[in-house]
Ligand binder design. Sequence first.
Ligand code: CMP
Length: 421
Amino acid sequence: MGTKLGNLKAEARNLARAGQLLPALAAHVHMLGHNPLDGDSRRKVADLLAALGDRAGAVEVYRAVAMHDIRSGHLPPAIVSCKVLVALGENVDDLVAAMAAAYAHGSRALAKFVARQAPVDLDSELAPPDPAAFVDSAALVAAARSRALDFSAFQQYPDRTLPVPFFSELPRKLFPAAIEMLRLVRADDGDLVIRQGEPGKAFYFVATGEVRVFAHLPSRPEPVERAHLHEGALFGEMALYSEQPRTASVAVVGEADLLEIGRDAVSRLCAEVPALAERIDKFARERVLRNLLTTSPLFKPFDHKQQMDLMKRFEGHQVDPGTTLIREGQVGQGLFVILLGEVEVTKQDPEGERPLARLGPGDLFGEMSLLTDAPTTATVRALSPTTILFLGRPYFHRLVSAIPALRAYFEDLARIRHQSS
Ligand code: CMP
């Protein structure tokens, strides 16, 4: 009976975690025998050789695997190997030069479309490793080295590779400094890399493995799953872009190698490469909007094109902390949606100003007076630098008269808010 590759990998991971390094190594040698295109097992062999004290073997495998990753289009895992090699006291100038030549801005090796090797199929079945296959640890270590160094299954490397977000914006001369600025974070299952609500001091690239992004929204009891991210993906950029607390939490699934870059390092690179700053801003803005479109009830009744049309009706505003967006007792000007940041809702009582609520990303306000045509019932002030979208009164009215489901939604929201004010 065969076992799924994904399960064998999980078993090998558990063995390594439990300090059973030789059985873990045997498992990877076995998997690599069946799947010579599996870069992950090759890197694991290097990690296990290092952990077993075979420094020379580990260095040889990390080097070969890094060069292979560079040539086959996998820059982030190649950076991981470089970081480990540096920690082992090795000089990696040659590898960094090869990375810069292949991936830096303007490299002729970059192309928009290239054929990429399909990822290994984790559902494919193979026989479980034979426990008697390696009774002799020296023989196992030797077999692991030679298997991880055998690249004969690769007939030909592609002439071109795809640009890698962020890195392929960097000019060649900045590449070594940028690689040096990265810190390798080797994280395990369930590790929380980013915690929602905390300040952001860095962002991350997924180099190997997987992370899961999830957010707690004030309006929902359960966390919302935002995404699962894999090799090459970037996360944690939103807090840097907006100078706001983290908008979501990010946890490791299985295990992951992450490359962390601090806020100051990013600022230094952006000062030298303005295109990089623009890219990061655009990327963060698009993610914020995508999150709004996928979670806000306001956009739910529409298909993608209609959502885009509606989005165009909104004006975007960036406001400073303390800015009053709505003043109690006035005519409602329109509907507000919070993209980033936080606002406080207060009501004037005979005893003074009474706080009613705090609202955050995805929340709406301003709907009550628009529905009733009565004066605004509370004051809303920005608590932090806040990005809002504003929809003028006439558009709001057109929207709710065209879409009864939206009117019902706003009426429910207004009723609940009215009851708790
Ligand atoms: P930040 O708010 O700094 O920290 C949490 C990160 O989760 C956030 O930056 C984004 O990088 C990431 N994130 C939020 N929403 C999504 C999404 N829909 N898809 C992928 N990543 C996301």
